[in-house]
Ligand binder design. Sequence first.
Ligand SMILES: [Zn+2]
Length: 203
Amino acid sequence: MGGHLALDFANTVDDPQGHQRYDHAGTYPELVGWSARIGILQSEQADALLAAADEHPHVRSMTVRRAHALRRILIDTFTEIAVINSDVAAGPRRLSPSMYWDELRPFVTEAVAHADLMPSDSTYQLTWPETTRLDVMLGPIGLAALDLLTSSQLSRLKKCAGCPWLFLDQSKNLSRRWCAMNDCGTHEKIRRYVTRRAAKKRA
Ligand SMILES: [Zn+2]
């Protein structure tokens, strides 16, 4: 996957432009299910949220809209940075000063507003208390985006050569090109093999 919570959420739509498009966070139950799988919700809390959502359909649909708005901000922001990162010919990377901060800031502000500061070994970390606020999962995602934007890891951000997904390239020489070798990379290998065979036949 993306190697970072903010990117994993940005990557929740499979094949976004193709006819196999599938949104893993398309509905509220899917958003909760994804959040539980990735570990930002405990399963008991996920169950409580789903029960609360049934009683508040209006808040439920508002939460899905906000989640998709946040995802759009993450995709736009991090895709732009990945493109800047890939443009090595342009010399030292130059990020535009404001980026999408005005859009992201309300998510960060709200996340902090509802968080507790808990000791964790020798440091502290933000946690979100057990709550049935339907949008509780957007807190850690919004803060993860801020964390990535201000991290040195940002220079490892790339866009897959085979699909629109984003990932952090942790290889030593920054040589990774695919979001997941056993998915996009394999498709690409097959495509090249088929092209090579076709070229041989023509020759
Ligand atoms: Zn890919």
